[in-house]
Design a protein. Structure first.
Length: 520
């Protein structure tokens, strides 16, 4: 391992001391299952294993998944094994990090194998997309490759994961740690959502923690709760430095963190033995990058290359407003490999396409002009100051000060002030167009365009306009259909257009369902 720089060590020490004061807030990252006995067996578990599971399994990209697989038997029946079998399997794993086995690990294996079977299938499907990226970067830092399973515990391999305290992205970075490792966060970009850059930052952070502790279990515990809590547990245990010996002194959520990591490593390796199979996806796993040197909107790319805009958002989640500020600094656009050649061939057409419609309201900041901007965010149900702060790259304390708030709770519908860095680009949403008698009613999407608080609002309005102004045909859903397949078979249609035309909130289809297909 490389020796820590003085500045990094000093900053980690500051974070170590400050984390003690943040214990109460950090506990909110975890939630308790109240409907079964999981809490008594496992303890506090990450949100990704509880509150966010249903939303994740109903998210856009799962429409591309199927259960068809040749080499694995998949059903709803788990197979339980003796402790001796679990111990032997863990001991055979080619890992540098010790894969200890005890009742805590057994309970966490049962959590994955019994209660979270659908989530394991999803994560195995997404692993084909993300694990090669993780492994390549981990190898660059000479770190154990099994650390890729840390992202399973942190985010369930959801690149847009956002916790209730603002931890963001695949590796769940809080703002101070993200800034420490030079991840850029402003109104346009959140590099915590950039899988490659965030993985580099996570590797540097893990290497720094290992330079302090020299023990991977303690590193994992410190990654979860901060060095301060680990150091405190060591002191209270009389100087012991074995994770299982300081286990009772750690915060409750951290006690389950290392067992969950070991269990995730186990279940992602021995899934077949538990009658689990990975979801198979029709999404292209082969991607490449284009360096963009001009201002570009993802919708321009989607239109000309006939790509699903949601697919582009998944590949490029760091662009919060779907705007790539290539005119400010060279920026990466990730595309399916086949589409990179098309982009090069049609580059001029892409940059000119719908330019005035999509980018007319984006003005570069002039030399000497401030990059600070003040916006109003309208709170929606389920948000709190932590999630809002995480979205804009500020802190909950900032929001309390700017808005004169006494707590982190805020009522839905309230408009709060947010001071942000605009990333070098003044952004103003297009003015809401007047409605007509023939236009769709209930234009909540139009009202959202007036606020820059919702980066997806302009897309909702665009979808509503498309549904109102294009011709449609009807289509009866057949067995095996997905929205992507249906859109691909109908020129001019996309997944988002079909969802808008049919007022769909998810991607699920049922055989015999009649859909309106926009074809203009």
């Amino acid at each position: 391992m490389k020796r820590l720089s003085f500045l990094t060590l000093f900053t980690l020490c500051l974070l170590s001391f400050s984390s003690v004061a943040q214990d109460v807030e950090e506990e909110e990252v975890y939630s308790v299952l109240s409907s079964d006995s999981t809490f008594s067996e496992v303890g506090l578990i990450p949100e990704t294993l509880d509150a966010n599971v249903n939303a994740l399994l109903d998210s856009w990209h799962t429409q591309y998944f199927s259960k068809a697989i040749d080499y694995c038997i998949d059903n709803d029946e788990n197979v339980n094994f003796t402790d001796e079998v679990y111990w032997q399997r863990l001991s055979k794993l080619p890992c540098i990090i010790p894969m200890d086995y005890n009742r805590h690990v057994r309970n966490c294996i049962d959590l994955y194998a019994n209660r979270r079977r659908d989530l394991v299938r999803y994560m195995m499907g997404m692993a084909d997309l993300y694990f090669p990226i993780f492994e390549q970067i981990l190898d660059q830092y000479n770190l154990p490759l099994e650390l890729k399973y840390l992202a399973v515990v942190e985010s369930a391999l959801n690149p847009r994961a956002l916790s209730r305290v603002g931890a963001t992205g695949m590796w769940q970075f809080m703002l101070p740690t993200a800034k420490l490792y030079n991840l850029e966060i402003n109104s346009l970009i959140d590099e915590r959502l950039d899988v490659v850059k965030a993985t580099h930052a996570a590797c540097r952070h893990l290497a720094d923690l290992y330079a302090i502790y020299g023990d991977w279990h303690l590193v994992l515990a410190a990654y979860n709760s901060g060095p301060g809590n680990v150091n405190k547990a060591i002191r209270r245990s009389g100087g012991k430095t074995n994770f299982w010996e300081i286990y009772p002194r750690l915060p409750r959520e951290t006690r389950s963190y290392v067992p969950l990591f070991i269990a995730a490593t186990y279940i992602m390796t021995y899934y077949c033995e538990h009658n689990l199979c990975p979801m198979q996806t029709s999404l292209s796993m082969a991607t490449d990058t284009i360096m963009v040197n001009q201002l570009l909107h993802l919708q321009q790319v989607a239109d000309i290359l006939n790509l699903d805009i949601e697919y582009l958002r998944m590949l490029n989640p760091q662009y919060k407003r779907e705007i790539i500020p290539g005119n400010i600094t060279p920026s990466v656009l990730k595309l399916p490999v086949a589409s990179t050649y098309q982009f090069i061939d049609k580059e001029d057409t892409i940059y000119k396409h719908r330019l005035e419609e999509l980018l007319a309201y984006c003005t570069p900041v002039q030399d000497g002009e401030s990059t600070g901007e003040t916006i109003k965010h309208t709170v929606v149900s389920g948000e709190n100051l932590y999630t809002i702060a995480g979205r804009y790259g500020v802190t909950a304390k900032n929001l309390r000060q700017w808005n004169g708030l006494g707590s982190n709770k805020v009522a839905p519908g309230r408009r709060i002030t947010v001071h942000i860095n605009n990333g070098g680009l003044h952004y103003a949403p297009p003015p809401a167009e007047p409605t007509t008698a023939s236009a769709p009613t209930g234009n909540s999407a139009t009202s959202k365009v007036a606020s820059t608080s919702d980066s997806a609002s302009s897309n909702e309005t665009l979808s509503a306009d498309i549904a109102a102004n294009t011709k449609t045909i009807t289509y009866k859903v057949k067995s095996g259909d997905t929205l992507y397949d249906i859109a691909r078979r109908h020129p001019g249609a996309t997944v988002s257009k079909i969802q808008s035309a049919n007022q769909m909130n998810s991607s699920k289809l049922r055989v015999g369902q009649i859909l309106k297909i926009p074809t203009g």
